[in-house]
Design a binder for this molecule. Structure first.
Ligand code: NBG
Length: 951
């Protein structure tokens, strides 16, 4: 049917087709991202690379005997490979590489190298007719997919009618969003195919970014901005009488992450595409993302985040891209034909990992990369036993159970719960991704011996660490490599980023559990460990204590596997998220390893994408900046330095302040409409946007607020400034202490609201369900940014960077990226307080006991008494007494110890706030010094120092 329609699109027929029909046909053509593949009947099907047996595509792991067949490839191999992956006929690829049509020139990231052009020349000349008609078809499609207002309008209307199946009377805001997203996605496919073809043509080294979390947020406006069609789409929607703001709000948030690690992954895939790097993000398509947080009766309550309720218009399902994943079972030892001992792992549980692709457009270039999320699908034979017995209900249950694998994103504290499912999820991601990488490598290389030349696997934290063992297993068991060869490939292919020093994230798997799920991997890891400890003993003779510390296995309380050690041994690079974090990893946490392999360790300070975190979330500031210095800053954030020269310009200062006022007003409107929270935009907005966790010290912040409140009872303060303290963040569902902190914040907020005097100058807000979209609203409005984690506990802290970029001043400790932020913006423009990381270490290692040496001041004692005696919980006076008792007995994260300097620092900040022009000047100095914190710079560092790919 579709083919018949497409034939109608050939020249000669085209004039007879109305532009409306064309729009509809074009979108049908592009619907699954391989529109041009529909022309395949015009090429010789026997020569089509897509005739490869499906088994190899499905499992991705070809038996060793298949290797010989791959050995001989013509010079068109890379092109063929591309067509196979994207379903594009070879002749069309030739068109692509030699294209002389009038479309804009392809930027350098996509340009072909001479090698690929000579490859192109090999394409059969018999395909000329095909080429001509294919070109004509494509031009028609290109016209239909133009990015002007009229074409977009047509596309959106077409998708409302023919994808959503609605008319203008029944279409909801969601339908318009879905239609507009489809219209946008249609325009990404062409670039996507060309990008992937160019990567193949140029034989680019690939980056595989493995992350259990991606905190993407909404995708619509970012896609428009990156494609450069935001204005045209707004105009198109305007003509359709659709309110773009309402449509934007209708998009469900993609919250497949718990915090910084997942948000960083999202920024890095954006920057990779913007720099034209062949980097594919790999993750899991959780049906339920990070839980939805509600505050009920003053407490956090978790609800499921059913973000896929209506499906996702962005998603491209690839049912043909799937790999079999197995768990459990036994490992058999056998002799192969050559008499060698081989290991055969027969799992007793199987599930498919099926690809779902999200398109990642670069900003201002033509690159579109891929974020591939794996979903679990039951294997067909799974429930046959039950079906045979007529027990259909159990058959369905069993099917559902196997698909549970990708059902939920585990919350941050889940290391202690649901451990088996979590381990299976990690392996599921890892095995499907590595098999995908191997399949891709095999399309253009005859041997996996060159895998590490062609591919690098970046492990985003410890969770995908089992990749080290899985690549070894595949190379040895499936592809017949001997141990040393396999180890050489693996340790040249794996790189590891650590994101936290928190012990719960440095996963420890009980050996019994690990063996039950991944028996063959355990064998391999034992062998890795044996060989590794031989190396340690040779290097540090007689140091058995060191051997015990470094072993991949520990004994207490039960025998367990240390996943971070596996990453350290298997990776060629180990990096932290800031200078300080890198140092802590090298000198403290992984010191033994750094002494053995100093060259592995490095630090790359993490960053944020200026597109989402300035251009999109703060259009007023973006426009003001562009009006003064042009728009190059979106790709080169160092350009912001040029704003420095306007810092003494009163007009600029006033415009800058006006933008902030508008942003605060916008926040006030939303808080009122959505949460019925009153916020006075003229107040100093002090924000604490972090996961609620003891080490983030929201407790320190709220105790300070309590001190201010108690003071207010003796009269209004002299400074006469109104202050709003806004908190947002989720506590892990099992984290009782963190949840209690939320309760205290909400309780203090309520008491202040009920106090007629205090509420005139003090306000506390807890905004529930913090996520990317809320951050986009709060960050541009903030005046003061709380970055007060215990020094040394925060790996990086990218929230601080978003806030500073948007002109907030920071009150913060000397930890994570704060140190570099302070260095960049200057100490005058940053309020620093608290113990340093080395002081904290001294205290925590019991060289100095804070509880013995620390005596609370009179003010602090009063604060603690007020909390403990029920001032904020009159209905249950002892409600917070346990919290205070714990704090006094063991001030683990130095809340009490840092209170005094924090208090002083706030006074300093308030004093500066009293001089609004001075505040604005300091605020501008923050924005203008953020160049080095662009995630584009982060990717440049990764590309240069770790991945060895050209950016
Ligand atoms: C977080 C750290 C942050 C850091 C981000 C990105 C996790 C497990 N870690 O400090 O807490 O900014 O990672 O590196 O989310």
């Amino acid at each position: 049917m579709r083919l018949a329609r497409l034939k109608a699109l050939q020249p000669g027929f085209s004039r007879a087709i109305s532009s409306k029909t064309l729009g509809t046909l074009a979108s049908a053509l592009y619907r699954e991202g391989k529109g041009r593949a529909e022309c395949r009947p015009m090429s010789d099907p026997k020569k089509s690379p897509s005739r490869k047996p499906p088994a190899s595509v499905e499992t991705g792991s070809q038996p060793p005997s298949a290797r010989a067949k791959r050995a001989k490839k013509s010079s068109v191999a890379p092109l063929m490979a591309s067509t196979q992956e994207h379903g594009v006929a070879p002749a069309l690829v030739e068109t692509e590489c030699r294209s002389t049509d009038s479309r804009p020139p392809v930027p350098s990231a996509l340009s072909m190298r001479p090698q690929s052009l000579s490859a192109v020349a090999c394409v059969s000349s018999g395909a000329q007719r095909t080429l001509r008609s294919a070109r004509a078809t494509r031009r028609l499609v290109d016209d239909a997919l133009a990015v002007d207002r009229a074409s977009l309008k047509l596309s959106v209307a077409g998708h409302v009618a023919y994808t959503q199946g609605k008319d203008e009377l029944s279409a909801t805001a969601y339908d318009y969003f879905a239609a507009a997203a489809r219209a946008t996605r249609d325009r990404l496919f062409e670039r996507w195919n060309r990008t992937q073809q160019a990567y193949y043509c140029n034989n680019r080294r690939r980056v595989y970014y493995l992350s259990m979390e991606y905190l993407l947020g909404r995708l619509f406006e970012d896609s428009l901005l990156n494609l450069g069609i935001h204005e045209a789409m707004a105009a198109a929607l305007g003509e359709l009488r659709v309110d773009m703001a309402a449509l934007v709000q209708a998009e469900p948030e993609v919250g497949l992450g718990n915090g910084g690690l997942g948000r960083l992954a999202a920024c890095l895939v954006d920057s990779s595409a913007t720099l034209g790097l062949p980097c594919t993000g790999y993750g899991i398509r959780y049906e339920y993302g990070c839980f939805e947080q509600q505050i009920v009766d003053g407490k956090q309550v978790e609800r499921a985040d059913n973000w896929l309720r209506y499906g996702s218009p962005w998603e491209v399902q690839r049912p043909d891209k799937r790999y079999l994943v197995q768990f459990g079972g036994k490992v058999a030892e056998q002799l192969d034909a050559a008499g060698r001992l081989v290991f055969v792992w027969r799992g007793d549980e199987q599930v498919w990992a099926v690809a779902n692709d999200y398109l990642v457009p670069g900003f201002g270039n033509e690159t579109v990369n891929t974020l591939r999320l794996w979903a679990a699908k039951a294997t067909r034979g799974f429930s046959l036993d039950y079906v045979t017995d007529g027990d259909y209900i159990r058959a369905v249950e069993a099917k559902n159970a196997s698909e549970n694998l990708s059902r939920v994103l585990f919350p941050a504290d889940s290391a202690e719960t649901s451990r088996e499912l979590r381990l299976k999820q990690e392996y599921f991601l890892v095995t499907a991704t590595i098999k995908d990488a191997i399949a891709r490598h095999q399309k253009s290389h005859s041997s996996l011996a060159t895998l590490a030349d062609d591919a690098v696997f970046q492990l985003n934290d410890t969770q995908p660490g089992v990749a080290v063992a899985e690549l070894m297993r595949l190379l040895i068991d499936e592809y017949g490599f001997i141990w040393d060869e396999a180890w050489a490939i693996t340790t040249r292919a794996m790189a590891y980023t650590n994101h936290t020093v928190a012990p719960e994230a440095l996963e420890l798997w009980p050996v019994a559990l690990f063996e039950a799920v991944l028996p063959r991997h355990l064998q391999i890891i034992y062998e890795i460990n044996n060989r590794f400890l031989v190396e340690v003993r040779a290097r540090f003779p007689g140091d058995e204590a060191r051997v015990i510390r470094m072993s991949l296995f520990g004994d207490e309380p039960v025998k367990h596997l240390r996943m971070a050690h596996l990453c350290l041994v298997g990776a060629f690079a180990v990096n932290g998220g800031s200078e300080l974090h890198g140092r802590i990893l090298r000198d403290r946490l992984f010191r033994d390893f750094a002494e053995l392999w100093p060259q592995k360790f490095l630090a790359i300070t993490h960053g944020i994408t200026p597109r989402r975190w300035l251009k999109k979330c703060n259009p007023g500031l973006a426009e003001l900046i562009t009006a003064r210095i042009g728009d190059k800053w979106t790709l080169d954030l160092y350009q912001l330095r040029r704003l420095g020269s306007f810092v003494t310009d009163p007009e600029f200062l006033e415009q800058f302040r006006q933008v902030k006022r508008v942003n605060k007003q916008r926040l006030a409107t939303v808080l009122k409409e959505l949460y019925r929270i009153e916020f006075d935009p003229s107040s100093l907005l002090d924000v604490h946007l972090k996961p609620i966790h003891e080490y983030q010290r929201q407790l320190l912040n709220i105790l300070h607020v309590v001190a201010l409140y108690l003071n207010s009872r003796t009269g209004l303060p002299k400074h006469n400034a109104k202050r709003t303290f806004l908190f947002a963040g989720k506590a892990a569902p099992g984290a009782a202490a963190a949840k209690e902190i939320i309760q205290l914040i909400v309780a203090v907020a309520r008491v202040i609201d009920d106090d007629p005097v205090a509420k005139q100058w003090l306000k506390v807000i807890f905004v529930p369900n913090y996520g990317v979209s809320l951050a986009e609203l709060i960050v541009p409005a903030a005046d003061l940014s709380e970055q007060i984690a215990l020094a040394g506990a925060e790996a990086s802290g990218t929230g601080a960077l978003k806030l500073a970029l948007n002109g907030a001043l920071t009150i913060g400790t000397a930890g994570g990226a704060n140190l570099e932020l302070l260095e960049a913006v200057g100490s005058r423009n940053f309020f620093q307080f608290g113990r340093s990381a080395s002081e904290v270490e001294g205290i925590q290692s019991h060289k100095c006991q804070p509880e013995r040496s620390f005596v609370p001041s009179a003010e602090l004692s009063e604060v603690l008494n007020a909390v403990a005696s029920g001032l904020f919980s009159p209905e249950e006076p002892k409600r917070f007494s346990g919290l205070v008792a714990t704090l006094l007995a063991k001030d683990r994260v130095l809340v009490l110890a840092d209170f005094a300097t924090y208090r002083i620092c706030h006074r300093d900040a308030l004093e500066v706030w009293g001089d609004q022009a001075e505040w604005a000047r300091r605020s501008i100095m923050n924005t203008c010094n953020m160049g080095r914190f662009s995630s584009d710079e982060v990717i440049r560092s990764y590309a240069r120092d770790i991945w060895k790919v050209e950016a």
